[in-house]
Design a protein around this ligand. Structure first.
Ligand SMILES: [Zn+2]
Ligand SMILES: [Zn+2]
Length: 312
């Protein structure tokens, strides 16, 4: 079975009123205090602060997890990373591949458990990033907000309502289901380690902290590095400020998101790394395609932008 199919037309985005998308409030959010929250985003700040506190406590007082605990944490990070890069990013946001619905739902589950949020929000924010890349409408650009804005602050300070129309095609019940499911799943993800079958309470607490907040904090920062350090390059007419960072390969477990300049150059390319650039996300798509669990895989190196605009 062929693993690569010809590119199919993408759905045409709803007309977007440029002025309303790009309009910014009188005080740009990156000029506010770090603890100011956009409407409805206070819980996001609380979640991120809570993760840091719990993870630091765990790293100081219980710094030596067992290998099985590390293995479970690694597995959740690996599957969650695939959920984000293969399902959220390459499939849902850019339509570079169509996944079997069961595979898609499993990958969404692991992405949510990894703290990547629900699919509708992730896709909307990501398309907004591409549509306004490096411009003022780019809600996660370090060019106007600096490193910490791009790395974390935009998560609770950016007006996310501006992005809603960018995910008009992620509205069906199988995607909307994840909105009410997100909170209980995050609670399970954070505290599920308390069910670790340890005899001594310290063993259980160690497992809970490493499988919960320490894992989630690692997942958060490694994902956020794509928006921050991968966009600190010099401006280029073809791929903007994005850049490929080989040294992030380890942090991203070789799943490919660190080849970010490649991605901005060819946004609907299902492949992010080429040649020696390890891209396990691409190999996962290839494997799923061979098993008949992924189809309509776009031609690698195909230069088209799903938003109908040229890369910034
Ligand atoms: Zn980018
Ligand atoms: Zn993208």
């Amino acid at each position: 079975m062929s693993s690569v199919a010809a590119a199919s037309p993408l759905p045409t985005p709803e007309p977007v009123e440029t002025a309303s998308v790009d309009a910014l409030p009188a005080i740009p959010p990156w000029k506010r205090s770090w603890f100011w929250c956009a409407p409805g985003e206070a819980m996001t700040l609380g979640w991120i602060l809570g993760l840091h506190v719990l993870a630091v406590v765990g790293l100081i007082f219980l710094p030596l997890p067992t290998l099985p605990v590390l293995g479970v944490a690694f597995l959740l990070i690996f599957l969650g990373g695939l959920g984000t890069t293969v399902c959220y990013h390459r499939s849902l946001a850019h339509k570079a591949v169509v996944l079997h619905p069961v595979v898609e739902q499993i990958l969404i589950l692991f992405a949510v458990l990894n703290g990547s949020g629900k699919p509708h929000t992730w896709v909307a924010m990501h398309r907004l990033h591409h549509a306004n890349s490096d411009g003022e409408g780019d809600i996660s650009s370090p060019r106007h907000g600096g490193f910490w804005w791009a790395h974390l602050r935009w998560l609770w300070q950016a007006d996310q309502s501006r992005s809603a129309r960018f995910a008009y095609d992620i509205e069906s019940p199988r995607y909307r289901f994840w909105s009410p499911a997100q909170m209980p799943l995050l609670a399970l993800s954070l505290f599920g380690g308390l069910m670790w079958p340890g005899v001594h309470p310290i063993d259980v607490l160690t497992a809970a902290l490493w499988i919960g907040p320490i894992r989630l904090l690692w997942a958060l920062h490694t994902q956020c590095l794509v928006n921050s350090v991968c966009h600190l390059g010099t401006m280029d007419p073809e791929h903007g400020s994005s850049r490929n960072l080989w040294w992030l390969t380890l942090a991203h477990i070789g799943q490919g998101e660190n080849w970010h300049a490649n991605h901005h150059l060819r946004q609907v390319d299902p492949r992010l790394g080429y040649g020696w650039q390890l891209d396990l996300g691409w190999w996962t798509i290839k494997g799923l395609s061979m098993l008949g669990l992924a189809h309509k895989v776009r031609d690698p190196l195909h230069r088209r932008d799903p938003m109908g605009t040229a890369p910034a």
